[in-house]
Design a protein around this ligand. Sequence first.
Ligand SMILES: Cc1ncc(COP(=O)(O)O)c(C=O)c1O
Length: 469
Amino acid sequence: MATIATFINNEVCSSTTTLTELTNVNSAQNEQNSIDSKPVAIFNDDKLSVLLEDIKKDQSLTVSPHASDHEQISNALKAHIQSINNDTCAPGEENSFFVCDINEVRNLYKNWCDELPRVQPHYAVKCNPQPELIKILASFGVNFDCASKMEIDTILKLGISPDRIVFANPCKVGSHIRFAQQNGVEMTMFDNVEELHKIKKFHPNAKLFLRIATDDSTAQCRLSTKFGTHLSAVPELLQTIKDLQLNLVGISFHVGSGASDFGSLYKAVRDSRWVFDIATNQYGLPPLKTLDVGGGFQLASFKESSKILRLSLEEFFPENCGVNIIAEPGRYFAETALTLATHIIAKRKVNDDEAMIYINDGVYGNLNCILFDHQEPTPRILYHNDQFHYDDFQSTSPVSTPNHPYKVSIWGPTCDGLDCITKEYYMNRDLVVGDWLYFPNLGAYTSSAATPFNGFDQHVDTIFINQDL
Ligand SMILES: Cc1ncc(COP(=O)(O)O)c(C=O)c1O
């Protein structure tokens, strides 16, 4: 145990050196503690970089969302806006609102099954907990990743069976563990010894997944700085599992939300193989049954990430190896399915060429993703001077162009100076109070973290379209 800690030097071994190399060094240093299982990695770091470059270059890997549903989205936006009379409406009736395209969700699920047929998705509820979205996903056969008592409750209240839930929080509140136990939620994660003692006390028969850290340094939102054990600590955790007679069923990881370097996916699968092997070969635990490859997927890079995942699984967990593969995608299933429409409530001219415009949603509301999720939402003109412009996908530009002469900064409705959507954007029309903007692809990590700060209630309506297709 100690030798592993020494040579790995508290690094996730995937960061620079191949696991095969590391295990070789270890056995040379200390025969007594040598690791029996040495997965032979086909792709060392150099070969992996070449493979990743090739996959990135492959043009056939690109996809565009809403391939066929723009008309329906446009009609839904139009119908709602036309139903509002700004001169007479009650406070809040002109609130921002979402349109959720169920057909997009259906296509995303189909796309998932085509690309990753071996991988059972568990939708990460935190990403967008709208019950209608959850019900649709459940009807397709998607299962769920919950992080808290309330998320578990949301799923159970919809009549979804507890065996379709992974309680995927490695550092849980004790009472939430008891709630999971009382309600039949058996699968849960851990990444530290203290958590194992809590689980022993409150849920001794739980099906446990050991979460390992990944190299998520290039992800939009890093998670391994907070969760996941380094490989050097795995032996101590396996020994504790054995001592406490707990039920380890699998390994999990997350390569970071909004991941872009999918080499980390390959390395995490390889590291998981190592843990699978030593759990049985060195600690005598029953063979592990499930690998959970976490989240981090998004439509724009899905073909790329799934190709790398397929290659990784073929190498380390081939089809006939008896291991189930599950995942915890959030962003992938929610991002492109929802469009946000917002109303321009005020405007202040800065000079002849520039204005500040104020909309009725912002960083404390459904655009909190700017602060919490490092997103840069794209504003587009929806309604100007009694005309709808949804189809004008070139109505705005992040940089000045001859076609976009109107420079604006866009601000949220609260009194906080931080409530800024963008300091600089360029419009092809001179927007006025009463106009509407829309933001495409705004379903992930948006409404789930909206607050009523400053008295602006941002729990807004969602219009669902294409439910019956
Ligand atoms: C444990 C866990 N699983 C899944 C997810 C979903 O990740 P993503 O939305 O990037 O797919 C998250 C996101 O924070 C997470 O923490």
